[in-house]
Design a binder for this molecule. Sequence first.
Ligand SMILES: *Cc1c(COP(=O)(O)O)cnc(C)c1O
Length: 245
Amino acid sequence: MDKKINVNHIQQRIQQAAEKLKRPADSITLVAVSKTKPIDDIAAAYKMGIRHFGENRTQEFAEKVNKLSHLDNLQWHFIGQLQTRQSHLVAEYAHYFHAIDRIKIAKRLSKQLQKYQRELSIFIQINVSGEESKSGFDGSDWEHNFSQRETLENAILQISTLDNIHVCGLMTMAPWGAPKDTVHNIFQRLQKLSVWINDRHPTLQARELSMGMSDDFEIAIEEGATCVRVGSAIFGKREIEQIKR
Ligand SMILES: *Cc1c(COP(=O)(O)O)cnc(C)c1O
């Protein structure tokens, strides 16, 4: 078995993208999305210096966390949609959750986190593109639609008051196979929303932006991503396609 785990090349591309913008490369966190991939692949990437891993299925996630508990400083990112009755697994094991899409699940996580005496950093998922198949709070017209913007603002503020939860920023996904300028536009609009909300609420401190995947992480970095979630470009194609967009 000699599978190629493509860490160095991706790190180089992130560094080059950062240099172009005169941003320090360490202002961008690479989350290696290991969903569907075996434990050995994660261990191999860890050896190459990766510490942040992303999973999107609760059972698979919990199993991997337990099997790899001997590795120091692993940071687990749960990046998928979370079903209510599975939320305790994220509360127990995740360091970051990228896909908060309703207030109810945030409240539930907060209670469970208190029970486990843990803290969780979260990204609030915003559906900027307005695609129906995408989850997240509706931000498809936040610039012009006052009530949509107000709903978003209230949700973000309410979630940020919950115990044991730290809202670190916003997350979005670009439409599958969209032209480059559309992708730029989607990421730029999330970045502007982040500036708008943080300027209005300076104590919020939720300036991180989780955006960019294998096909578009360089565009995301150009638009201000602080966290990119890269799967297949590191670990190779997944046999089972399971991106829920
Ligand atoms: C699978 C997935 C990724 C990684 O996708 P790639 O195209 O393989 O890089 C990123 N974010 C989310 C939310 C995902 O589900």
